[in-house]
Design a binder for this molecule. Structure first.
Ligand code: 13P
Length: 280
C-alpha cells in the first residue's frame, strides 16, 4: 500500500528499527526492492534522486513506483531524495511522491532553515512530510568530510522547521568507501536527546559495516539509505549474465536474474536494520 513518510517513520519509532530507503532507477530495481519488502513483510521507502525527476526518467519511473506501492501488501513510501529546491519538490509531489527530502545542507544555517520550513509548510497542506538535512553528508571521493552535525544546531533546526526526520552528518558519505567508516554513535545519541527524540536519517549506507549500522539503529537512526550497493547488485548481475553463452536475448527474460540480485541485496539490508516482519 502507498503510504506517506509519517506512516513508515511511526512504525520505525514504535518498533525501534530503521525503515530501509532504497534508491531506485528503473522498473527492475523497483521490482527487486518491493519483492524483498513483500517477502520479509517490511515497510520500505523507494526514493529517487532529483536528477531523475528533472529528466524524462522521472516521468516514466514515478507511475511504476506508484503502481508497485499500490499493489504491495506492505507499506511503501515514494520519496524524493536530496531535493535541492522548491522546483524539484513540487514536481515530485505532482508525480505522486508521498515523502520529500529538502536538502539545504550546503546553505548557510538560517537559509537552510527558511527554505526547509517553506517546503514543510507547503507539503503539510498535502499530507506529505519532509526530511531535512543539517551537516552536509558528502561523497566518499571528497578530500575531507564536512563538520559533523551538532546537537545544539539540530535542536534549533528541528524545532524551527518541523521536519518529520533529519539527516545528520555523523561519519558516513555517499558512494563506495576506500576504508569502512566508523559512526559517531555518541553524537547520534546526543542529537536524539537534544531534539527530544527526532527520527534521524543515515545517508551513505552502502559499505557501512553491519555492526556500525546496528549501533546506529540502536542509537536512534530511523531511516537508513542505500543506493550505490543497489546499483552494484544490479550491474554486477547484468555483467555476469552477459558472460553466459546461453543468456536470453529478450530483455525481460535477461532481466529476471538482475531483479533477483537486487531483491537478495535488499533482503539483507531489511534484516540488518530490523525492519523484517514490521509491516502493519
Ligand atoms: P549510498 O549510495 O552510499 O548507499 O548512499 C545512499 C544515500 O544516502 C542516498 O541519499
Amino acid at each position: 500500500m502507498l503510504v506517506n513518510l509519517k506512516t513508515v517513520l511511526s512504525l520505525a519509532e514504535a518498533g525501534g528499527f530503521a525503515v530501509p530507503a532504497f534508491n531506485v532507477y528503473n522498473m527492475e530495481t523497483v521490482m527487486g526492492a518491493v519483492r524483498a519488502a513483500e517477502e520479509l513483510r517490511a515497510p520500505v521507502i523507494l526514493q529517487v534522486y532529483p536528477r531523475l525527476m528533472k529528466e524524462e526518467t522521472g516521468y516514466y519511473l514515478s507511475p511504476v513506483i506508484l503502481a508497485a506501492a499500490k499493489r504491495a501488501t506492505v507499506p511503501v513510501c515514494f520519496h524524493l531524495d536530496h531535493g535541492p529546491s522548491e522546483l524539484e519538490t513540487t514536481r515530485s509531489i505532482r508525480y505522486g511522491a508521498t515523502g520529500i527530502m529538502l536538502d539545504g545542507s550546503t546553505l548557510p544555517f538560517e537559509e537552510n532553515i527558511a527554505l526547509t520550513k517553506r517546503v514543510v509548510d507547503t507539503c503539510a497542506y498535502l499530507d506529505v512530510q519532509v526530511e531535512g538535512e543539517l551537516g552536509h553528508v558528502g561523497m566518499t571521493s571528497d578530500k575531507e568530510m564536512d563538520e559533523f552535525t551538532t546537537p545544539e544546531d539540530a535542536k534549533i533546526f528541528f524545532e524551527r522547521t518541523g521536519v518529520a526526520c533529519l539527516a545528520v552528518a555523523v561519519g558516513t558519505a555517499h558512494g563506495r568507501y576506500k576504508k569502512p567508516p566508523k559512526l559517531d554513535v555518541d553524537r547520534i545519541r546526543a542529537i536524539r536527546e537534544a531534539t527530544g527524540g527526532a527520527a534521524l536519517v543515515l545517508h551513505g549506507g552502502s559499505g557501512v559495516p553491519d555492526e556500525e549500522i546496528k549501533r546506529g539503529v540502536a542509537a536512534g537512526i530511523r531511516k537508513m539509505n542505500f543506493a550505490t550497493d543497489i546499483c552494484y547488485a544490479f550491474l554486477d548481475s547484468c555483467l555476469e549474465e552477459l558472460q553466459k553463452p546461453d543468456r536470453p536475448v529478450a530483455v525481460d527474460s535477461f532481466m529476471k536474474r538482475p531483479i533477483e540480485a537486487v531483491k537478495e541485496f535488499c533482503m539483507t539490508r531489511i534484516k540488518l536494520v530490523g525492519a523484517d516482519g514490521k509491516a502493519k
